[in-house]
Design a protein around this ligand. Structure first.
Ligand code: FNR
Length: 388
């Protein structure tokens, strides 16, 4: 019913705001400290304008894209988002299944509340994202577990030596462990759709959510253990840990959270297959430049030796095409898909996927291309286009 009024990815946010208790909505929407990077990620796309080509017969256009040896139905996927199953009933599962059905990749978060084996079985083309454990034997155990589950692609998030200052979570009333309080109880009562449809349904059918996949909190119920623990003893991580994983992991390996061209090259030299240019949706070092602004130098430096992907602020077909024109081979979208899942479950995700796909299809025609590989910097101008 309400879905009819959802015409763009940004429209899901207001619905999620109404559906979710304030602390949970705040956890998704927020970023770190001043939110400068969060705002700038979105604004970065407005700093480029298109120079469309005309009269090129665009009747044969296709957005099929191959990435890391797989052909996908569209040039975008779903970014990894932790504790999705607290936001939407069986969050990771519904996101993964909808992505699988649509022929695009969904990256399952290591900070998830559903066992990675379950997601791999239900949606075999999903990718797995890990936060590197600090100790070598735990690295090996995690990699072996991801191999055994059958994942083909492993994404290591490398912008999280420690967790950023998430003061905005505290402002919004969000913490792990979740502490029972009067205001939390009021939030539950005033958001019955989430309380009944997600929270109580999860408790009744699956029990108290546990962190199932991260190494330090594995098996810990969300009400008992802080996610922060995961980030306690790992600030010593360095390139040798990446080398260790590269030796052990036989599948495709991507690193997520690269901004600098020299880091991208260092990763390529250690044999990674893909690089995700990302500032974690503005949730790590506040003030980190936008991935879109970092992209051209990274793509230049990588020079085809690995797949270059991007996430952060992608909300429109036009944003996807701008990223591809600046050197990305693929993009990921985070928050809107979780908002869609939280507000509308699987039909929301399906709607979000088809909105973005249709926008790309339409924008390709208006831009004058049949195939995404035609995109290059000649289609863009850095004359400012759009409102500030
Ligand atoms: C994230 N992100 C993230 N990244 C990661 O590597 N592991 C994780 O567990 C999480 N968890 C997470 C939770 C939530 C609620 C959000 C919003 C984000 C970052 C995510 O993968 C991605 O980099 C950004 O969200 C992309 O930016 P947009 O599309 O949300 O603007």
């Amino acid at each position: 019913r309400y879905l009819r009024g959802v015409l763009s990815l940004d429209d899901f946010e207001a619905h999620a705001r109404r559906t979710l208790p304030r602390p949970l909505f705040g956890y998704i929407a927020g970023a770190s400290e001043t939110n400068a990077s969060l705002r700038n990620n979105a604004a970065s796309f407005q700093r480029y304008g298109f120079q469309p080509r005309i009269l090129t017969d665009v009747s044969g256009r296709t957005q099929r894209t191959s990435l890391l040896g797989v052909e996908y139905a569209a040039p975008f996927g779903i970014a990894p988002m932790g504790i999705s199953a607290l936001m939407a009933y069986r969050g990771d599962m519904v996101l993964a299944r909808a992505a699988e059905a649509a022929g695009i990749p969904m990256v399952m978060s290591g900070s998830s509340l559903i066992r990675l084996e379950e997601v791999a079985a239900a949606a075999p083309s999903s990718w797995f994202q890990a936060y590197l454990p600090g100790e070598p034997d735990r690295i090996d155990a995690l990699v072996d577990r991801v191999i055994a589950a059958g994942f083909q692609t492993l994404v290591l998030t490398v912008d999280t030596a420690i967790l950023a200052n998430r003061e905005n979570n505290i402002r919004a009333g969000f913490s792990t462990p979740l502490r029972p309080s009067l205001s939390l109880a009021w939030q539950g009562l005033s958001h019955p759709r989430w309380t009944i449809g997600t929270f109580l349904r999860t408790l009744a059918l699956h029990g108290v959510p546990h962190f199932e996949n991260s190494y330090a909190t594995r098996g810990a119920p969300i009400v008992a253990r802080s996610v922060m623990r995961d980030f306690g003893k790992r600030d010593h991580l360095n390139w040798s840990h990446l080398e260790r994983i590269r030796k052990r992991w036989p599948g495709k390996l991507a690193v997520k959270g690269i901004i600098r061209a020299d880091d991208a090259v260092a990763a390529v030299l250690r044999g990674v297959d893909g690089i995700v240019v990302s500032n974690h949706g503005g949730r790590q070092l506040d003030g980190t430049i936008a991935p879109l602004d970092a992209l051209p130098a990274v793509a230049d430096a990588v020079a085809g030796r690995a797949a270059v992907m991007l996430d952060g602020g992608v909300r429109r077909g036009t944003d996807v095409l701008k990223a591809l024109a600046l050197g990305a081979g693929f993009v990921f979208v985070g928050r809107p898909f979780l908002y869609a899942a939280a507000a509308f479950g699987v039909s929301g995700i399906e709607r979000a996927l088809s909105i973005l796909k249709e926008e790309i299809h339409r924008d390709m025609a208006l831009l004058g291309i049949n195939d995404l590989s035609e995109l290059d910097a000649s289609f863009l101008s850095n004359r400012v286009c759009g409102s500030a």
